[in-house]
Write a protein that binds this ligand. Structure first.
Ligand SMILES: Nc1ncnc2c1ncn2[C@@H]1O[C@H](COP(=O)(O)OP(=O)(O)OP(=O)(O)O)[C@@H](O)[C@H]1O
Length: 566
């Protein structure tokens, strides 16, 4: 019997491509390919005049790989990696690859084969561009450095050797055009960014133009709050274009004017965005990429930050500065995060089982979730009814309930609304009830709101409902009917929580056999908490999460560590 990733006998399942035949139909029926993969492959083969079913299968699997976050596909590994259906008619990898090299799909620029890896040509080009731009930045004549000023400033910021890794990171950023600053929670990334900006602004001189940026509105708002300088989303920095979703106003022919560009939460930057950023930053501008490579990668394809860290490892000229020492002493969240990063399940179980107030482990029950989530929902509701926008937004950040799966998010959203209604006596009949926590799910340029922004419905003085969103430059107040794309946020997927933090976080683990349950997912969830983290789930689920890695194939690490000269 074949075991698919998703299997369905339902004839109206939208993942079934009913018009498919041959290999594509077989792999679709087995749950390996979804309808979208099949349709793209069939369409491209028809246009290119490719009739070989194995070539169509290779293309469909590459589309599938990109859909799952990879940049490319290793044909010799795909069957093993999927771990499914050994009795499916997988072609022999060597002859499959061989025949692909002369496929019209390759000669007509749909697919590309490089070093045994299969790419959609667009992603191969972007990956090469990222490697080339980084190489060009490294080869550009090094910035002129005022050594005396640098040494004096570093001595003032770091009077002793306690923060040597931060000092080295600042010194490196002064002497290179590109810096990749990495570290887990509480290792001092924010403090280092502040210091590094001081050092770089002094080196550039009066009037230095600084851009602070992050991939999401929420992350940009947090960066601005922490650093005390205006920050914006990467999309805004690069300049939205209404006519094109993946191109920006600033590019190679219209570079950003800034002398210093800092990007926070770089783990969330996709390959496409990194390519756009690198082509827009002037070669003689300092670029500082900050992030935690152990977190979940971007929603779109690529895990660029992790690739950069691995690709530069061991190179004398590496621009990577790793902060390894946790500076928030006594934090058990830090211990748990370190255990997760190291993949040490026993250590994670020990920290969680020790009964610390800061890190709690609860068996799954409605009561556990109710106790964790209801007080925060009540606090938001109370402030919202009082018309206190700032208080409601602050209460919103007190607690996050995080789940792996979207269906669990809607389940808990309904449960919490019911508990809230019972506790307050408010039937919450109105869709936009006071205290409804909101997550924006689509950018709206006209309103200045971004996918990922959070907010709350607040009762205004007139008694009418208003939506108040936490924007980078302060609260954004809107009439509810102006926001079409919002979801209730009593609970949130871990993916959507990336780039945000809350004082308390409750993580509901899915079943141990959930394919979403990976070390990166759990690590990302745990590191969203600044004060208290609760894990709700079984030991089996916890251990399964720590063992399973989120793998994203790309050739960037090899391009960076390979034969390229810098
Ligand atoms: N050079 C330093 N001097 C004094 N205190 C420091 C220094 N570096 C870090 N700290 C302290 O350590 C703590 C963590 O630092 P910081 O907030 O910069 O870390 P972070 O990596 O940005 O954390 P997070 O990812 O959780 O936001 C803070 O309380 C900060 O004040």
């Amino acid at each position: 019997m074949t075991t698919g990733i998703w299997e369905s006998d339902d004839p109206v399942d939208t993942r079934r491509a009913l018009s498919a035949s041959g290999l594509l139909a077989t792999f679709n029926a087995a749950g390996v390919l979804e309808a979208a993969d099949v349709h793209v492959a069939r369409h491209a083969c028809a246009i290119a005049g490719e009739q070989d079913p194995q070539a169509a299968l290779a293309l469909a699997l590459t589309v599938r790989a990109v859909r799952h976050g990879s940049i490319c596909l290793a044909l010799d590994e795909v069957a093993g990696e999927l771990g499914v259906a050994p009795d499916l008619p997988w072609p022999d990898p060597a002859s499959w690859l061989e025949s692909l090299s002369s496929s019209p799909l390759v000669t007509q620029g749909v697919l590309a084969v490089e070093h045994g890896l299969l790419y959609l040509e667009r992603y191969r080009r972007q990956e090469q561009q990222v490697a080339d731009d980084l190489a060009a930045r490294a080869a550009y004549p090094a910035p002129a450095v005022d050594r005396a000023a640098l040494d004096a400033t570093l001595a003032r910021l770091y009077p002793d050797t306690r923060y040597a890794e931060q000092r080295d990171a600042c010194a490196g950023a002064a002497t290179r055009w590109t810096t990749v600053l990495t570290g887990g929670p509480g290792t001092g990334k924010t403090t280092t960014v502040k210091h590094l900006l001081e050092v770089l602004a002094e080196q550039v001189g009066p009037g230095a133009r600084i851009a602070l940026s992050a991939p999401t509105g929420k992350a940009a708002a947090r960066l601005q709050e922490q650093v005390g300088l205006p920050a914006m989303t990467l999309h805004r920095l690069l300049g939205f274009r209404r006519d094109n979703q993946t191109r920006f106003r600033h590019d190679r022919s219209n570079r950003l004017p800034h002398d210093i560009v800092v990007v926070d939460e770089t783990s969330m930057v996709s390959l496409t965005m990194m390519a756009r950023l690198l082509e827009a930053v002037r070669p003689d501008a300092r670029l500082v990429l900050v992030g935690d490579p152990d977190q979940l990668a971007s929603v779109e394809a690529g895990a660029v930050l992790g690739d950069l860290v691995r690709g530069y490892r061991g190179r004398d000229d590496s621009p990577v500065a790793e902060l390894e020492t946790v500076r928030r002493y006594g934090t058990h969240i830090g211990e748990l995060a370190a255990a997760l990063r190291a993949g040490d399940a026993d250590a994670a179980v020990a920290v969680l089982g020790a009964g610390h107030d800061e890190v709690r482990w609860l068996q799954a029950s409605d009561e556990a979730i109710r106790e964790a989530a209801l007080p925060a929902a009540l606090a938001v509701h109370e402030r919202a009814l009082a018309g206190d926008s700032a208080g409601a937004l602050a209460a919103l950040d007190r607690h996050r309930l995080l789940c792996a799966h979207r269906d669990m998010v809607s389940y808990w959203n309904h449960r919490i609304e019911r508990w809230l209604s019972e506790a307050t006596g408010d039937p919450l009949r109105d869709r936009m009830y006071a205290g409804r926590p909101l997550l924006v799910t689509r950018n709206d340029l006209a309103l200045g709101v971004h996918n990922g922004d959070t907010g709350v419905v607040v009762l205004a003085g007139s008694g009418s409902a208003r939506v108040v969103l936490a924007g980078p430059a302060g609260p954004i107040d809107l009439a509810p009917n102006r926001l079409a794309d919002v979801e209730t946020m009593h609970a949130l997927t871990i993916h959507k929580s990336q780039g945000s933090q809350a004082a308390e976080v409750t993580v509901v683990l899915p079943d141990e056999d959930s394919r979403l349950l990976t070390r990166e997912l759990l690590y990302t969830a745990v590191t969203r908490a600044s004060g208290v983290v609760r894990i709700v789930g079984s030991e089996d689920a916890l251990r399964a999460a720590i063992t399973r890695r989120a793998h994203r194939a790309s050739g960037l690490t090899r391009r960076l560590s390979g034969s390229l000269t810098y």
